[in-house]
Design a protein around this ligand. Sequence first.
Ligand code: UTP
Length: 270
Amino acid sequence: MKAIIPAAGMGTRFLPVTKAVPKEMLPVVDKPVLQYIVEEAIAAAADEVVVVSSREKKAIEDHFAPDDALIATLEAKGKDALAAAVKHAGELPVSFVYQDEPLGLGHAVHCAEQVAGERFCVLLGDVIVPGNNILPRMMEISDAHGGANVIAVLPLPDEEIPRYGIVAGTEVEPGVWKVNSIVEKPALEDAPSNLGSFGRYLLSPRVMEILATLPPGAGDEIQLTDALDAVLSEEEMYACVIDPSDGFDTGTVPGWLAANFELAKRAGMV
Ligand code: UTP
């Protein structure tokens, strides 16, 4: 399975930090957000991890490049654990494609169309799942339903519903919904449920084909949600309800702070 990690957005909700630092490179405790996500994809047995980056976000590539000089300096000082951490980051099997303009999440995913041809997963570059437990569950659900599309969804409080893609469907087993439709950023009164898509997608090659010709949608961006809604007329899709403590959206200041606090707590640091 191939993994696509879109990381070429502007990060406007995190300005002015993101003027010079990509939000995907912000630290959560001791690692950048994106490293958690690459490691999660590898833990889910992805045989290729493609980061969709922007040419302005050079720090992303620098982080995943080998740095023998730094490793040698650290080893000479007896800082072997730090040398190992630097070596590890440089050895993660990541490749890059570029989105020249941030035309939307759907457009970013399509920039990695080279991975089409088989089932693939998309991991948003600002959502971390530290326990690496969501993709394996999604794969189980997909396998149980003949390779169907599966998306992760999170139960949302009312005030957050207009910020997410919200699914309509029926619960077929505890925590698993069969999706009938999905609507991007509905008004609260129009929302068909409180389940919002949350950064992990297991998708068929047909979704990539649909993205190739999809017109811009909400916000004048090419929306992954619109491609998901379109594929529903041809293929089944299930939603896997995740526990709010399993994943963190680090793309906003409160979300990033919560991720740091929670993981620092789990590590016994605070
Ligand atoms: P977001 O919508 O959270 O990212 O997309 P954004 O557009 O950077 O955020 P704001 O609203 O300006 O603060 C989720 C992921 O998809 C990537 C982002 O980098 C992020 O990791 N993305 C989004 C792209 O790669 N390209 C895009 O055109 C949009």
